[in-house]
Write a protein that binds this ligand. Structure first.
Ligand code: SAH
Length: 255
């Protein structure tokens, strides 16, 4: 066998180069092969001689297995995700592929963190994640919708700030409306809501509103949605989007 290869599981961050860690940039430079969803590979700098194995978005485990095969053949494989690779992304697929393939357990696998969309969105919004929060993917590709509803209810009852990933796609245009209907039954109308679209990219758009006024029509697959807790409040700013503050201290009084 040739020299042992390795797998570098990297997160590109939400978009711009300056939100990509130096560790990840160095990994992309060192890799002989890139594996990932095509639009993410398109965000990696071209390197002569580097092989690119693009795929569509639905075959995460196949992609992870390909990375293992390439690494076994001695290649240095960067498995590429947007944001952070551990948040609704490829780290879980790689670890799962290694779990079921005992022969792959001794492959060197390094997971490198990235800035996740909720962190980028929060940075634009002041401090919406300043207190306890949770992240829920609205995609029901990999889990039943009834489980999403159960978790939305639990998050509302636990009074967490909620970050919603994958809020809509062409295949699932209405789930975000169902989620808002459910949350409107459980939380007060004045709860702050933010739609943060394409944060850090040229087409960034941030809308700050309330649960009562929010119109999820503007939500698409590049949007991260934040819904406040009972303690979250809007802070008006004369020259820009209002901030959302979820203060560090909570009374625990309101439901
Ligand atoms: N691993 C990624 C998330 C992948 S799921 C991360 O940590 O960010 C894809 C979802 O992430 C999108 O549907 C959207 O909800 C969110 N997202 C990714 N990049 C974004 C950006 N620049 N602005 C807003 N939301 C983004």
């Amino acid at each position: 066998m040739s020299a042992t290869g390795e797998i570098l599981v990297v997160g590109l961050g939400p978009g711009p180069e300056h939100w990509r860690t130096p560790e990840v940039s160095a990994a992309l430079e060192r890799a002989t092969d890139l594996v990932g969803y095509e639009p993410y590979l398109a965000r990696c700098p071209e390197r002569p001689g580097q092989a690119r194995h693009g795929s569509d978005n639905r075959v995460e485990l196949d992609r992870a297995r390909l990375a293992i095969d390439l690494a076994r053949a001695g290649r240095i494989v960067a498995v590429v995700s947007g944001g952070d690779p551990g948040v609704f992304a490829m780290a879980a697929a790689v670890v799962e592929a290694v779990e079921v393939d005992e022969a792959a357990r001794d492959l060197p696998v390094t997971v490198m963190p990235g800035v996740s969309a909720m962190q980028a969105a929060a940075a634009r919004l002041g401090a919406p994640l300043g207190h306890d929060f949770c992240a829920i993917s609205l995609s029901d590709n990999l889990k039943p919708w009834t489980l999403v509803e159960k978790r939305l209810r639990a998050a509302a009852n636990g009074d967490f700030v909620i970050a919603l990933y994958n809020p809509a796609s062409k295949a699932r245009p209405t789930r975000i409306f169902e989620a808002f209907d459910l949350l409107r039954g459980l939380k007060v109308g004045s709860t702050p809501v933010a739609f943060a679209r394409a944060v850090g990219r040229p087409d960034e758009r941030i809308v700050v509103t309330t649960l009562a006024d929010a119109d999820p029509t503007i939500v698409d697959m590049a949007t991260l949605v934040i819904i406040g807790s009972s303690e979250s409040r809007l802070i008006d700013r004369p020259d820009g989007t209002p901030w959302i503050l979820s203060p560090r201290q909570a009374s625990g009084g309101a439901a």
